[in-house]
Design a protein around this ligand. Structure first.
Ligand SMILES: NC(=O)c1ccc[n+]([C@@H]2O[C@H](COP(=O)([O-])OP(=O)(O)OC[C@H]3O[C@@H](n4cnc5c(N)ncnc54)[C@H](OP(=O)(O)O)[C@@H]3O)[C@@H](O)[C@H]2O)c1
Length: 427
């Protein structure tokens, strides 16, 4: 029998509890032995629960799980940095295998957690931490290990994808859609982590650490959110044959890893353009395998719960058959993260200028002086006496582009730079 200690019985914890109880027979058959949820840590033992539960199982004292020698496996579903990280470390130090869906502690402390698991010869799994129900961590570690994956493009945040989809389909501004998303429960009351790109940054840091066998520090991941995307941006993107998505990108280059999260124009024909609403997807380019895309629900009680239960089954099996920890070896490879200033991208720029002769040549002169060349210029929507210039550049270093924008802002005829959005074409 494998005894499990559950830390947290909220959205995902309740899903895990329910999946195990409703499918006990088939799960135990897969594991090869009985599974018993021995104790569940919550902050309030008197709270009304969404699952029927024997109150004797609940505790508000973490040591009842972490110091219990009978418990083999600890499942951390509390979330946040502390006390979750300390509990995970304590469980590993006490020779318990750990499963977590906590992207924050894996992205920030993954290296220490893997090292500790390795030293104690226990398992650590975290499939639920990235893209909820989409199997991606284990495939990257196992099935795709010989594929030489060089590029990862992900839509890894359901809230922002929902907002961008609604803005596109219903022609509404960001603030209006965010409010609706909050009322429907698709966005948190404090949505900062989602809309700022930070949530996706944690997830791409985890995926690239695994894929490129290195440790990517979350602080070195450039991230930019969707809060400045306007309906006009979405309309212009549409006219040019693009949709706007919040992309998480990680690419292995000769100089290091190009890793970033930002909104991007992508071709309407690209498979990622069809990933709408709260859905997530991960698109990979492998030298050997070619292109792969995984698509599914990136969050939610049951999708995430099923990823956690899959980890529980695999880990319980490993414990039951006394298999050693083979996945927590810390990589010795070190890859530098390339500074965002050095990355080359195509850009869409929307510049409001005075409707006067010679203005276009003033703008193009500054762009040219900074090695920014234009692929297309659109000048349709006249708001006389001010007109918008919608420009798309050829690939240009971010630093050169930023220098040119600084100079453009000093021109009397430039009223404002309304939008600067990267265009991703080299999938
Ligand atoms: N929700 C999703 O769709 C989703 C998707 C992917 C990954 N995840 C990850 O899964 C993890 C859990 O998320 P969730 O949405 O299930 O969270 P949640 O609904 O807020 O549940 C958190 C649980 O932890 C307990 N808890 C919180 N602080 C505690 C403390 N200091 N001591 C003891 N217990 C404490 C709470 O107890 P009470 O019940 O007594 O309040 C609750 O049962 C997070 O890392 C999250 O990022 C969630």
């Amino acid at each position: 029998m494998i005894k499990i200690g559950l830390l947290g019985l909220g959205t995902v914890g309740s899903g895990v509890y329910k999946i195990i109880n409703d499918n006990r027979e088939s799960i135990e058959q897969k594991v090869g032995t009985e599974l018993k949820i021995e104790k569940i840590l919550v902050s309030d033992t008197n709270k009304k629960r969404s699952v029927e539960i024997n109150k004797e199982l609940l505790t508000d004292q973490a040591e009842n799980i972490l110091e219990n020698p009978e418990i083999d496996l600890v499942v951390e579903l509390i979330g946040g940095e502390e006390p979750a990280y300390s509990y995970v470390k304590k469980a590993i130090d006490n020779n318990k295998s750990v499963i977590t869906a906590n992207k924050l502690i894996i992205a920030k402390h993954g290296s220490e957690i893997l090292k500790a698991a390795n030293q104690n010869n226990v398992q650590i799994s975290f499939e639920g931490s990235v893209a909820g129900g989409i199997p991606i961590i284990r495939p990257l570690k196992e099935s795709l290990v010989a594929s030489n994956i060089n590029n990862i493009y992900g839509i890894l945040n359901g809230t922002t994808n929902y907002i961008l989809t609604k803005m596109t389909e219903e022609k509404k501004e960001f603030k209006e859609v965010l409010k609706e998303a909050q009322e429907l429960g698709y966005a948190e009351s404090d949505p900062t982590s989602d809309i700022s790109g930070l949530d996706a940054a944690y997830k791409i840091a985890i995926l690239s650490s695994i894929t490129f066998e290195t440790y990517v520090n979350i602080n070195s991941v450039y991230s930019e959110g969707i809060e400045d995307i306007t309906l006009t941006d979405i309309k212009v993107a549409d006219e040019l044959g693009y949709v706007i998505k919040l992309l998480a990108i990680a690419k292995k280059q000769n100089e290091g890893i190009d890793i970033r999260v930002h909104p991007a124009f992508i071709s309407k024909k690209h498979p990622l353009a069809l990933v709408n609403g709260v859905y997530n997807a991960i698109y990979l380019n492998g030298e050997i395998v070619g292109d792969i895309m995984s698509y599914g629900k990136g969050a939610g009680q049951m999708p995430t719960g099923s990823a956690v239960v899959a980890d529980i089954i695999q880990t319980a099996k490993d414990i039951h058959y006394n298999r050693p920890n083979i996945y927590s070896n810390e990589s010795t490879l070190k890859h530098m993260v390339i500074d965002i200033d050095e990355i080359k991208n195509l850009f869409y720029l929307r510049v409001l200028v005075n409707d006067k002769p010679g203005v276009m040549s003033e703008v193009t002169e500054i762009l040219g002086n900074n090695q920014v060349s234009l692929a297309s210029v659109l000048q349709k929507h006249r708001l006389s006496p001010v007109v918008p210039l919608d420009l798309v550049t050829h690939p240009v270093r971010e630093e050169n582009l930023n220098n040119s924008l600084k100079e453009l802002k000093t021109l009397n005829n430039v009223k404002s730079i309304e939008s600067v959005i990267r265009v991703i074409e080299d999938f």
